[in-house]
Ligand binder design. Structure first.
Ligand code: CMC
Length: 426
């Protein structure tokens, strides 16, 4: 008998089954042969939050949650944050290797030359209420983009697919900045091709009457590092949404819109906004112990803490905490930092958080940086969605080109009524 197998004994029948183990997994479909009677459906696995089910094979991102390790295509996140830039990382995620110089230049040129949005998309943004949440505006406009590029539905045409990838990465900052300016009643600032990806985003956000906006290099670099750290995170809720929706072979704008919708939630990309609001609510350093007591009593969650995968310090949070100090040298200290540090100090010494292995995650310190950079709180999730677009597209492309991909269709355990006949309620 081969060693790479699992023997299952069904105590209902006494029968024994041998199923192969590959990459430390068994195939759930192999359980289907386990039946009590010949005409049974067969055994299924039950995993409501897909906590212990690998939904795909992937070569993009590696995480070891116990050791706090994150790598894109094998490269440690710490090295990428120190030495690379966001566009290079986006290329790495999508194509598997760091680009040679000439290829990088072509890639950066292509992205830079797709940043302008159709004037009619601008009209959509105009149509939103002045107080519309920017993430809602982004979700709506990205979904609407599929109607502007109907050829995008030809997802198996490589040329067309690649073009939409460039469009999405290029236009996301434009949509985000336009959504922000709409909410402020400011005229839209058009893209500037002479500056970097993040420099251009800052230009579209903050340019006022000056002839040319010059981004502060420290702030531009800090934002670039944040973009690198947020670019991908393997099979999280939004990547899973993009893959699941994309498995129906819909165009990438619709699939990415599904990712944005998933990211919007406060347990996912909305946590940076929620974490900052929490620090504001705490108000001062001396109120932290009382606040922690309320969390432990079950009154809500400590936002920016805990992670499904990381049961150690989130490696991204470590880098962000360091980057925060560099930003504060330019912008001045964020007064909420001392509250955040006190929350972290108390939580990391508290039995409740130690026992549950709850550490700061990526969202705990990002809000402080974003706020110091002048971003309003409700645009924080949008700042997560912009860089995550490259990760979503890498996951989407990998899913499409995987021979094993089929439309996603989970099963259920039906616990409702047996058949019953219609009866009027009069
Ligand atoms: N504050 C207080 N208690 C918590 C927290 C928290 N932030 N997170 C988990 N717990 C407790 C939870 O109550 C449970 O306790 P018990 O065993 O007594 O019932 C235990 O820890 C396990 O929690 P869980 O809900 O089973 O864990 P999960 O893996 O399903 O949840 C999480 C992961 C990220 C949704 C959760 O930790 C959370 O809600 N954190 C706050 C929101 C947040 O910061 N989200 C950003 C995640 S990182 C960015 C991203 O990838 O989107």
């Amino acid at each position: 008998m081969s060693k790479e197998t699992l023997t299952i004994i069904d105590n209902r029948t006494g029968k024994s089954y041998e199923v192969p183990i590959t990459h430390e997994t068994i195939r759930a479909i192999d359980l289907r042969q386990i039946k009590v009677a010949e005409n049974d459906f067969g055994l299924m696995s039950y995993d409501p939050a897909t906590e212990n089910t690998a939904s795909c094979k992937s070569t993009i991102t590696f995480i070891d949650g116990d050791k706090g390790i994150l790598r894109y295509r094998g490269y440690p996140i710490e090295q990428l944050a120190e030495k690379s830039n966001y566009l290079e990382v986006a290329y790495l995620l999508l194509y598997g290797e760091l680009p040679p110089k000439s290829q990088y230049e072509k890639w950066a040129y292509d992205i830079t030359h797709h940043t302008i949005i159709h004037e009619s998309i601008k009209k959509f943004i105009d149509g939103f209420r002045h107080d519309a949440h920017p993430m809602g505006m982004l979700l709506g406009t990205v979904g609407a983009m599929s109607t502007f590029y109907p050829e995008a539905k030809n997802i198996f045409d490589e040329g067309i697919r690649e073009k939409q990838i460039r469009r999405l990465i290029a236009k996301m900052p434009t949509l985000a900045a336009f959504a922000y300016r709409h909410s402020r009643g400011l005229p839209y600032a058009y893209p500037d091709n002479d500056v970097s990806y993040t420099g251009n985003f800052l230009n579209m956000m903050y340019k006022m009457a000056e002839a040319k906006y010059k981004p502060n290099p420290v702030i531009e670099r800090a934002l670039d590092i944040l973009f690198i750290l947020h670019a991908d995170h393997e099979q999280n809720c939004s990547a899973n949404a993009v893959r699941a929706v994309g498995s129906s072979h819909v165009d990438p704008y619709s699939a990415v819109a599904a990712g944005i919708a998933a990211l919007y939630g406060p347990l996912h990309g909305g946590a940076n906004e929620a974490a900052l609001r929490m620090l504001v609510e705490i108000g001062s350093r001396d109120k932290v112990p009382e606040f922690i007591k309320r969390i432990k009593a079950g009154e809500g969650r400590l936002m920016g803490f805990g992670h499904r995968i990381y049961k150690a310090y989130d490696p991204r949070a470590k880098i962000i905490k360091e980057a925060a100090y560099q930003v504060f040298e330019v912008t001045g200290m964020n007064p909420l930092l001392e509250i955040a540090l006190e929350v972290e100090r108390i939580a990391l010494e508290d039995e409740y958080f130690i026992k549950r292995r709850l550490y700061p995650n990526v969202d705990f310190y990002t809000g402080l940086i974003y706020q110091s950079l002048g971003f309003p709180v409700d645009i924080f999730p949008v700042l997560f969605a912009i860089p995550r677009t490259s990760g979503w597209l890498a996951q989407w492309k990998e899913m499409l080109l995987d021979k094993e991909t089929k439309i996603v269709r989970p099963r259920q355990v039906y616990l409702g009524h047996e058949k019953r006949d219609y009866r009027s309620n009069d």
